[in-house]
Design a binder for this molecule. Structure first.
Ligand SMILES: NC(=O)c1ccc[n+]([C@@H]2O[C@H](COP(=O)([O-])OP(=O)(O)OC[C@H]3O[C@@H](n4cnc5c(N)ncnc54)[C@H](OP(=O)(O)O)[C@@H]3O)[C@@H](O)[C@H]2O)c1
Length: 309
């Protein structure tokens, strides 16, 4: 596939890792689209060209995407569905050949998860839209990012106050991926799209999800690794337990009582730990780490880096 790569949201948690990996893994140029109001700055590298402008302007988006073959979408959660849609439509209008869409999370294709977490349907809808626009896509299923979610406390492990809640009941292992692993996976994949190796069959990746992972573990194993990473012992922590179904039900109540995001994360993480909701996609579907040559990472080391910030 000839042409270049353009990323939108390239200054974000994920986008910056993709750009960083792109620069270290390839010698090809990269185009970054950034909002007019953005205060982001980018590495001073001759291979980066930045287009700053108004995301409601089709003319701006066209100018920024023309001549590009692959579009990587890594816009923040606050990007409206309308603006994401306009980006996809404009990509189609200027002849972008492949889209790596928004998503970057849990396995929206798991029917039980999709039924329990209504926003999961957005991933399905956006992929259908891209297909209707006539562009192939490849999505990335990463589950919660290890480092981002340890920092945010969403695993119910509060590093600063050394408090944790472990969920009980029908719980299981789950996959989690570091941001650097996601960044590397995207770069290795896009490089294959642009310069396919002898074993890479582009059609194998058309209109489907790629599953990647850094670790497959239980929440308890994660807590133990955090204790190792912080040079603490179980005795230094206050650990409570809660039934996972009660945690999910609490989340659903919060969602319907005006605390939508808080409740949503609770439901999402409760489902992550629960059997049958696709949290362990590695056992169900396998992961694509090997084909992308992703490295084996060290859990405690990655946690130390995340906690240090
Ligand atoms: N798996 C996980 O654990 C996890 C966690 C968080 C997010 N996610 C997913 O990954 C995607 C990227 O997340 P992220 O944390 O990297 O995002 P982020 O850092 O919050 O934002 C990424 C970039 O998007 C641009 N942006 C910010 N607000 C925007 C808006 N309202 N409209 C359009 N662009 C906007 C900004 O770039 P400029 O300033 O350069 O314009 C920002 O640097 C999210 O959409 C979400 O779906 C997954």
């Amino acid at each position: 596939m000839s042409g270049g790569v353009v990323i939108i949201g390239g200054s974000g948690h994920l986008g910056s890792r993709i750009v960083q990996s792109w620069l270290s893994e390839t010698d090809m140029p990269i185009t970054i689209i950034t909002r007019a109001e953005s205060e982001a700055s980018f590495t001073n590298d001759a291979r980066i060209s930045v287009h700053k402008g108004d995301y409601t302007s089709v003319a701006f988006l066209k100018e920024a995407m023309t001549g590009q073959s692959v579009l990587v979408c890594a816009m923040g959660l606050t990007a409206t569905p309308e603006s994401v849609e306009l980006v996809y439509k404009t990509a189609a209008a200027v002849g972008v050949k492949w889209i790596i869409p928004q998503g970057w999370g849990n396995d929206w294709q798991n029917p039980r998860l999709a039924a329990r977490v209504p926003p999961m349907s957005a991933a399905k809808a956006s992929r259908s839209m891209i297909t209707e626009l006539g562009i192939p896509y490849t999505g990335f299923i990463t589950n919660p990012w290890l480092d981002w979610n340890i920092s945010s406390g969403l695993f119910s492990i509060d590093v600063a106050s050394r408090k944790a809640t472990l969920y009980t009941g029908a719980v299981t292992r789950f996959n989690t991926t570091t941001l650097s692993q996601v960044g590397l996976a995207v770069v290795r994949f896009v490089r294959q799209l642009l310069q396919p190796g002898p074993d890479f069959k582009i059609e194998d990746y058309r209109d489907r999800e790629v599953y990647i992972s850094s670790f497959l573990l239980t929440q308890k194993e994660l807590l133990e690794a955090v204790q190792q990473a912080t040079n603490t012992t179980a005795g230094d922590w206050k650990v409570e337990t809660q039934d996972v179904q009660a945690y999910i039900r609490d989340g659903e109540s919060l969602m319907s009582q005006g605390q939508f995001m808080k409740g949503l994360f609770q439901v999402l993480f409760g489902c992550l730990y629960s059997e049958g909701f696709g949290g362990d996609y590695e056992s169900d579907k396998g992961v694509n780490n090997a084909v992308l040559g992703l490295p084996q990472e060290d859990l405690v080391l990655e946690l130390r880096k995340a906690i240090k910030g």
